[in-house]
Design a protein. Structure first.
Length: 78
């Protein structure tokens, strides 16, 4: 699950995401989107990540899925 920040000065994520994730035993990335939206260099406009922002989000989700055991890290052939 990805926590979506509420509009406002601090881009805090609603506590409902964490409560739902805990209740349903689902891994949650609760900070990445707010962190991305708080940095102009990672946004294409006021509310959408740009290419770099989506890269940061993808890396955060990949890390979360690895930490939760949902996926295993790919081994390089090099």
């Amino acid at each position: 699950m990805i926590g979506v920040p509420e509009f406002g000065l601090f881009l805090d994520t609603s506590p409902i995401y964490l409560a739902l994730a805990n209740k349903n035993n689902v891994p949650i990335e609760n900070d990445a989107l707010g962190d991305i939206l708080g940095k102009n260099a990672l946004k294409s406009d006021r509310i959408h990540p740009n290419t770099d922002g989506y890269q940061v989000l993808a890396e955060s989700i990949d890390f979360l899925l690895q930490q939760s055991g949902a996926i295993q890290k790919q081994q390089s052939n090099n």
